[in-house]
Design a binder for this molecule. Structure first.
Ligand SMILES: [Zn+2]
Length: 190
């Protein structure tokens, strides 16, 4: 699935526990981070027509989609977090949510399924795929992204924080303020 869908999934998951701003960010990022192995798409596209094309996307995409990297991410989250155990475990879950979403719907335009080498780099025996996997741009992904976006808006309206808080407290306050003016809350006591 797209990084936007992963990001919103991580955000909604992070909101399932009572975490502070930093811990929410850690759990959210854990759902996006496996895709840094896809950044090779940039040099690959740029050098596509050159005499020495760099196949970094083809070679490395999904190379960080594995349990070992998930444990590293969870350990980092544990080390940085305020609520260590909750955040560390949620980060591990968030990372796996990314893998699960990729198995569900990340089929490439060429039909390639991008199997997930779950035990890499120690073993390549386990390659996760699902025969029903839909394409990256198929409607279930669009529907899921839309639903996650609605939940994100609702959480912001209700609780007063949105993913914008990761970038700027001011932007978050402005966004929440606008939502609450547009949809006034019945009881301000809650
Ligand atoms: Zn992925």
């Amino acid at each position: 699935m797209s990084p936007v869908t992963h990001f919103l999934s991580g955000w909604v998951l992070a909101n399932c526990a009572k975490l502070d701003r930093k811990d929410r960010a850690l759990v959210t990022l854990a759902c996006v981070i496996p895709d840094i192995d896809g950044l090779g798409i940039v040099p690959e596209l740029l050098t596509r027509n050159s005499t020495h094309p760099l196949l970094w996307f083809t070679l490395y995409h999904h190379s960080l989609h594995n349990l070992a990297f998930g444990l590293v991410v969870a350990a980092l989250a544990f080390a940085i977090a305020t609520r260590r155990w909750t955040t560390g475990l949620l980060a591990l879950l968030s990372f796996h949510l990314h893998l699960f979403e990729d198995v569900l719907g990340s089929r490439g335009p060429d039909g390639y399924q991008w199997p997930i080498p779950y035990l890499a780099p120690f073993s390549s025996s386990l390659q996760l795929t699902w025969h029903g996997e839909w394409s990256l741009n198929a409607w279930p992904n669009i529907a899921l992204t839309f639903i996650l976006l609605m939940i994100t808006f609702w959480l912001a309206w209700r609780r007063g924080f949105s993913p914008l808080e990761m970038f700027s407290a001011k932007a978050n306050a402005a966004f929440v303020g606008a939502l609450r003016r547009r949809f006034p809350r019945g009881s301000e006591a809650a």
